[in-house]
Design a protein around this ligand. Structure first.
Ligand code: PEP
Ligand code: MN
Length: 335
């Protein structure tokens, strides 16, 4: 970090600043220029609050040289992280498709979809039991009994399962869930992030609706700072000025996350598009763009789905898409 001081900064002010900064554990390297003084900070500057320093009347500008995320940063961890979920692996050249209904509804629905997506090549089964709905009058999910149905489907098919946890109080129901999803709306639920950071279980961290790459990686940092480094990032579309689609899939996030971080990134075209007919194009664009996996909503009867039916693929549509995805990966020379 570099601090540029105002020409009017006095010796006493500089001494005060020095004391304040050294208390955070960094070392200071002042450079006296002809016109202006600057101070270089060396060491772990993650505890230095840039905005507080910049608000001091004798400070002109503060510039970060390194990103504030350390554990998620590729600079300090050059090798790709590989996240293991049951028999599936994501990252470092490993690719997996997560598929299943938006929400768990009935035993028949879950089993039928689970068997179909497995046959088509999905490696992980998804299904929401606790649903973060925009309206309090919409179906809120089956709760713990929904997780029990997912567990049944896991026994039947052998597929590991992923489901969303919305609140710390729900964590007690997730013992048999292989991967925990933190939804877009909870990306900055810092207490929840810290709590799942204490688990030794992979986390699927969705990008917030309006989150920058840095905010998203700082959310990952919250989880990692508690010791859990098994994180898969999931881009699910961001809010833009476009209203025809539910969200806009940010494909640029794939190379950016691969550059900034060692964590794998998968794409969720279903929530980005909001319409099933757009899902195949977005999926193939994601695979072509180097995504480490996909998460796709599949329902055996989308017209009757209690949540996100319009964006859900039928099992046979999913099978066609999965086939194209694997063909494209082969063509690109991926394993
Ligand atoms: C979901 O996966 O069903 C979901 C609610 O996703 P998001 O948090 O991305 O909206
Ligand atoms: Mn959904």
């Amino acid at each position: 970090m570099i601090i540029r001081l105002h020409t009017t900064a006095t010796e006493a002010q500089i001494a005060e600043l020095r004391q304040q900064l050294e208390a955070t554990g960094v070392s200071l390297h002042p450079v006296h220029g002809e016109q202006q003084d600057i101070i270089g900070l060396i060491g772990d500057t993650s505890r230095v609050d840039l905005r507080t320093i910049e608000s001091l009347p004798y400070v002109e500008k503060v510039m970060r040289i390194q990103e504030p995320f350390k554990k998620a940063n590729r600079k300090f961890h050059p090798q790709d992280t590989v996240v293991t979920v049951g028999n599936a692996k994501i990252g470092g050249g490993h690719f997996a498709i997560i598929a299943g209904p938006c929400s768990v509804e009935t035993p028949e629905q879950v089993i039928e979809v689970a068997k179909a997506v497995k046959a088509a090549g999905a490696g992980i089964l998804r299904g929401g039991a606790f649903k973060p709905r925009t309206s309090p009058y919409s179906f809120q999910g089956m709760g713990p009994s929904g997780l029990a149905l997912l567990e049944e489907a896991k026994k039947e098919t052998g597929l590991p399962i992923v489901s969303e946890v919305m609140d710390i109080s729900q964590l007690e129901y997730f013992d048999n869930v292989d991967m925990l999803q933190i939804g877009a709306r909870n990306m900055q639920n810092f207490n929840l992030l810290k709590e799942v950071g204490k688990l030794r279980k992979p986390i699927l961290l969705k990008r917030g609706l309006c989150a920058t790459y840095e905010e998203w990686l700082m959310a990952a940092e919250y989880i990692m700072s508690e010791g859990n480094e098994q994180i898969v990032l999931c881009e699910r579309g961001i809010r833009t000025f476009e209203t025809r689609t539910r969200n806009t899939l940010d494909v640029t996030a794939i190379p950016m996350m691969h550059e900034l971080s060692h964590l794998p990134i998968i794409m969720d075209p279903s929530h980005a598009a909001g319409m099933s007919r757009v899902v195949p194009s977005l999926s193939l664009a994601s695979v072509g763009g180097g995504a480490d996996g996909l998460m796709i909503e599949v329902h055996n009867n989308p017209e009757k789905a209690l949540c996100d039916g319009p964006q859900s693929l039928r099992p046979e549509q999913f099978a066609t898409l999965a086939n194209q995805v694997f063909t494209l990966r082969d063509a690109l020379g991926h394993k």
